[in-house]
Design a protein around this ligand. Structure first.
Ligand SMILES: [Zn+2]
Length: 256
């Protein structure tokens, strides 16, 4: 499969990179990514994933745009106040690149519906604002053998990691946070505050991390770094990384 001339032109700066090339761009154009949370992390992540030509996008968010979101959620403007974020984000994608196939999901993701929403995708990027959804999404990813890029933020700290809990030697998100947060639906941004540009850094980092997964086994960029947690300190600034071990007692992924 090759790309039509107008797509070659659009993605010329990717294709010229030896780490992506024509084969990598074709792989991106065939990929289906589900984005959980179209907020501060989801906005730049979506803009860079759509910019990268990810062929199919499922955008999930049950929230509507509030005026306090505009400080960091770059997909939205005052004309969208009180409208569903997932629908506005899908409209943005259609304007930006009509060649991409996009679907909006406005229901809240819980353990009862997570698998239905993400079934069939190649990758899930989770940048949502609560642990209960994150754990439901992670468990569904393990069950369906879908890789997960997880990105989170609190104040000036960002966390980004790629998980493949369905692999025998690789941790899942639940191995990392444990079972204590299944009922936790707090919005930490409302309580703690967050600098808008910090969500931009973390969301962009997550988009690049997702691309690592999508190019796995295809180009030289494709080292997904499973289970390696990158901690981004926006104040210092700096970054350190650590490896999360698979928990042999994990209720989601042990025995896989
Ligand atoms: Zn696990």
């Amino acid at each position: 499969m090759s790309l039509p001339p107008e797509r070659l032109e659009r993605f010329a700066r990717h294709i010229v990179l030896p780490e992506i090339g024509g084969a990598g761009q074709v792989a991106l154009s065939r990929a289906h990514v589900a984005l959980i949370g179209c907020g501060g992390i989801g906005s730049p992540a979506l803009q860079y994933l759509a910019g990268a030509g990810i062929g199919r996008l499922t955008l999930v968010d049950s929230d509507t745009v509030d005026v306090s979101n505009l400080q960091r959620q770059t997909l939205y403007d005052p004309a969208g106040l009180e409208r569903p974020k997932a629908e506005l984000a899908a409209e943005w994608v259609r304007r930006f690149d009509p060649a991409l196939d996009v679907r909006a999901v406005t229901s809240r993701i819980e353990s009862r519906n997570a698998a239905d929403v993400i079934e069939g995708v190649d990758l899930v990027l989770d940048g949502c604002d609560n642990f209960a959804t994150r754990l439901a999404v992670s468990d569904a990813c393990v069950q369906l053998r879908i890789p997960l890029t997880s990105a989170a933020i609190g104040r000036f700290q960002g966390q980004v990691a790629n998980f493949a809990g369905h692999l025998s030697d690789s941790a899942c998100y639940r191995c990392f946070v444990g079972d204590a947060f299944d009922a936790d639906d707090c919005d930490t941004c409302a309580e703690d505050g967050v600098l808008g540009a910090m969500t931009g850094m973390v969301g962009s980092f997550a988009a690049m991390h997702a691309i690592r997964i999508l190019l796995g086994g295809i180009t030289a960029l494709g080292d997904p770094q499973w289970g390696r947690l990158h901690l981004i300190d926006g104040l210092k600034p700096g970054m350190r990384s650590l490896v999360i071990a698979k928990d042999p007692e994990c209720t989601a992924c042990s025995g896989r």
